[in-house]
Design a protein. Structure first.
Length: 266
């Protein structure tokens, strides 16, 4: 992987924890130069310190991806600071734990703003420069529920479904511009995604799901992700047995929905 990422500039959103942090540390080991973004500057500084990269090769740009103007402003600053952007990892996101009938529309909008419009806005901001520079690679963190609906994840699943529609279109439109697109489809990975999820009222869920706790490690997930990105795969499914649900839904939808109705959503 070092041959692929060495000397490249990589921008990672959601880089302060979980998959984003894991990607940052692995890419630093592969001798990539990093731009790290999230809302938590203190945690970004910790990631930068652990990475071992110096000031010239690891830059911190705080960013709330749900703020459209902030996305435009920060993207402009980043592109003026680094020589070129080779990879963008749209990894920032927020999950959900709430029934459709109980969830306020403001929660649906917030999740869509972060998970979908944040990734779209940042991609639109960097895409022209990538095309002028002869190409680039955009990586987007979706989810297995980007492939199907699941209880207590209505807005989250909707936002991830939307990512597939947008980025698969981009994949086709800009193929001749040498813009590669990879959609990451993680299942259960041991991160704080359930802890930070929004409830029906918009409050923090604050608990680790049992399924999440039994997931694969961030390190194992990141290894699979970067191997797939290096091969320019269009989709990378990451997980244990839960990842097979993607194939179950595709080939045996009747059985899938029967099982999904019996599985605990948490």
């Amino acid at each position: 992987m070092k041959d692929v990422f060495s000397g490249k500039w990589v921008w990672i959103t959601g880089a302060s924890s979980g998959i984003g942090k894991g990607l940052a540390l692995a890419l630093a080991s592969a001798e990539a130069s990093l731009v790290l973004s999230s809302r938590n500057v203190e945690k970004l500084e910790e990631v930068k310190k652990i990475s071992g990269l110096d000031e010239d090769h690891c830059l911190i740009f705080p960013l709330d991806v749900s703020d459209e103007q902030a996305v435009k402003n920060v993207a402009e600053k980043v592109l003026k600071t680094i020589p070129r952007l080779d990879y963008l990892f749209n990894n920032a996101g927020i999950s959900q734990r709430g029934l459709v009938r109980d969830t306020g529309l403001e929660v649906d909008r917030k999740i869509m703003d972060v998970n979908y419009f944040g990734a779209v806005a940042l991609t639109k901001a960097v895409l022209p420069g990538m095309i002028r520079n002869g190409g680039g690679h955009i990586v987007v963190t979706s989810s297995i529920v980007g492939k199907f609906g699941f209880p207590m994840r209505s807005a989250y699943a909707a936002s991830k479904h939307a990512l597939h529609g947008f980025f698969e279109t981009l994949m086709v439109e800009e193929k001749n511009s040498h813009i590669a697109v990879t959609l990451l489809i993680p299942g259960h990975i041991v991160t704080d995604v359930s802890i930070n999820a929004l409830t029906a009222t918009g409050e923090k869920y604050g608990k680790m799901d049992p399924g999440q706790a039994k997931g694969i490690s961030v390190e194992k997930a990141v290894s699979k992700i970067l191997k797939g990105v290096a091969r320019r795969k269009r989709e990378i499914i990451i997980g244990n047995a839960d990842s097979w649900s993607v194939y179950l839904k595709k080939y045996f939808p009747g059985l899938f929905f029967k099982i999904a109705g019996r599985v605990s959503p948490v």
